[in-house]
Ligand binder design. Sequence first.
Ligand SMILES: Nc1ncnc2c1ncn2[C@@H]1O[C@H](COP(=O)(O)OP(=O)(O)OP(=O)(O)O)[C@@H](O)[C@H]1O
Ligand SMILES: [Mg+2]
Length: 366
Amino acid sequence: MQPFRVGVPDAAFTDRADEVARVLDVMRSGGRLVVYGERRLGKTTLLRRAAARLGREGGVVVYVDAWAAADSGAVFRSILSQLPGGWLRGERVTDLLRALAGMVTLGVSATSGSPVLRLDPGQRRIPDDAVQRLIRALDRAAARAEGPVALVIDEFQKLEDRTGITPAELRGLAQECANLSVILSGSAKGMILGLMAPDAPFYGVPALEVRPIDATHLARWVRSVLVKAGVELSPEGARALVQRAEGVTSYVLELGNQVAADAEGSVEPADVDAAFRAMTLSRAAQYELLWDGLNVHARNLLAALAHGEEALTGQSVRERFGLPASSTVVYHLDQLRKRAFLRPVSEPAIADPFFREWITLRTAPR
Ligand SMILES: Nc1ncnc2c1ncn2[C@@H]1O[C@H](COP(=O)(O)OP(=O)(O)OP(=O)(O)O)[C@@H](O)[C@H]1O
Ligand SMILES: [Mg+2]
């Protein structure tokens, strides 16, 4: 039994009314917005919600996941495939073809018979500025559109790596494209805050931080979904569940599914603990692989953190866990943060509570 569907577009949704309203407002009014927050709290889901609502109002949202795209070509094709059919007829398409001359051809979809723009198959390599040109073309098309047009770039911190578009260039492009709303979202919180600092490219751009859903609300909601699915989760059990998953939306749902799968009779905090351990063990193979890929300093640091140590640069912890000199500790903490093993906050903390549990089982306290 899986009462929670994780990572699917039409999954259940709770809270976030203010955030969705804010994003929708920006989409309707041609604004700019940077959405940021820690991982797995629900940024993508709330962007998708707002996008669906704009779509129902007659607007158009082009959504790019920069993480998932391999390179410029993938970003280009993704944008191209989301242009509404109505733009691919008459004067509009003439305009688009002119703007994208040498890169795309107009064809007909084999399945639906509707017109489609395709990356010109004769092109070996798309030009370096192909994505920029496509975004400008999108902006020109938006000037003629009846409703608002929004460009959403999720995981935008990966855009430079994928397409070569630097943050400064992206800012310039967003300024130039006055007919589009531009929403950038990402989970590399430290880096994004850096981009919004004075003198940095996104200084002054309005921002929305996505924070954890209120724990009391989340516990009540999880309980109501589980009870409806026939799982007798007690209010204390629901609180324990949210706490175990550290209030992170997707971990809460995954643990909720495990609790549902294991439930026999009334579910209390001890049953939630058992489900938490069961989930940890079910991921052992995956965690073992991650662990294998880490160097010895990273492993010892994670072990110290998992066993509750805080003063990682202190001599006692360094001796017990075999940690290097404190400057090297700082360096490795930074690397672990960059690779998202640690939360993007100043005090080091392991991001995935199941991984942390697995580390405590895998390594000895010292
Ligand atoms: N408001 C919500 N109510 C219920 N479930 C939610 C809500 N927001 C997100 N979820 C669920 O939580 C999971 C994670 O959400 P999502 O992928 O949107 O997070 P994210 O912040 O974009 O994560 P990442 O950092 O991995 O990109 C998804 O399975 C989604 O269905
Ligand atoms: Mg996301």
